[in-house]
Design a protein around this ligand. Structure first.
Ligand code: GDP
Ligand code: MG
Length: 253
């Protein structure tokens, strides 16, 4: 089974992409049985998910039961989820599903900067040992060169801790400005834009970080995805990249 975990900052378009990917994969007939999975306990949608974390825990309930505010409840909910990942996905084992697409918990920060977040990622990986992650870089955010650079550096850290193939995609590509196109695929141009923005306040550390960013960009294959009322682009390219990556990782099924 191919398992895709969609990650990214809050509001980057994860849920929208997971739903569109499921629709696309089902219509393409390339897969026999596609399963949609919601791992966001803070979600409020009424989409008919095949697997839904809210059958086990919701942020709202944790706030009520533990007298916590939203931030504390999110971390607590991720911890509860980490202990129930196997039970949550138990039914998937008894299906003939060949593609599962997982919408990651909504808030990136508690997921990657907390112990329970790391525990949660570990338990998902244990269950799906050939999982592949897709990290979304939202177009509106990367219109600012320093925000783009920051996301790239965050991604580097994530790549070193997640121990799974990590693909990158620009979401909300319809919001990219023409000026962004001049550095989105050009490490040197991005580094210059980042340095320009520091207005002489550059420390040695920041200067080296900008050098890292320049070197990172050519190593990334950025699929551009846009899902709007006017149309959808990039989904097929993303699924092709998933297939390519699985093959190059040794799975030729
Ligand atoms: N313009 C534009 N908006 C998008 C796109 N994808 C998602 N959105 C909007 O961005 C907002 C956040 O999307 P959502 O999927 O809930 O993000 P999540 O928090 O990462 O799950 C919603 O209002 C979506 O309609 C896109 O490709 N283009
Ligand atoms: Mg979401």
């Amino acid at each position: 089974m191919t398992t895709i975990l969609v990650l990214g900052p809050a509001g980057s378009g994860k849920t929208t992409l997971v739903k569109a990917l499921c629709d696309y994969a089902r219509l393409s007939r390339k897969y026999n049985d596609v399963r949609s999975c919601n791992l966001d306990p803070g979600s409020r949608d009424d989409f008919p998910w095949d697997v839904d974390v809210r059958s086990i825990v919701t942020v709202e309930k944790v706030m009520e039961e533990h007298g916590l505010g939203p931030n504390g409840a999110i971390v607590k909910a991720y911890g509860i989820l980490a202990g129930h990942v196997e039970a949550l996905f138990a039914d998937l084992e008894h299906t003939h599903s060949d593609l599962a697409i997982i919408d990651a918990p909504g808030q990136l920060e508690p997921l990657i900067f907390s112990e329970v977040g790391n525990l949660l990622i570990d338990s998902i990986k244990k269950l799906f040992d050939d999982i592949l992650a897709v990290f979304l870089l939202p177009g509106d955010l990367i219109n600012t060169p320093s925000s783009f650079a920051f996301l790239l550096l965050t991604l580097t850290g994530l790549q070193l801790t997640i121990h799974a193939p990590l693909l990158h995609a620009v979401s909300k590509a319809d919001l990219l400005l023409p000026a962004t196109e001049s550095y989105i695929g050009d490490g040197k141009a991005l580094r210059e834009r980042v340095l320009d923005a520091t207005r002489g306040q550059l420390t040695e550390f920041a200067s080296r970080a900008a050098e890292v960013v320049e070197r990172l960009l050519p190593a990334m294959q950025l699929v551009k995805i846009s899902i709007t009322r006017d149309g959808i682009t990039g989904i097929g390219d993303l699924l092709d990249l998933v297939d390519e990556t699985r093959c190059s990782c040794g799975d030729l099924t």
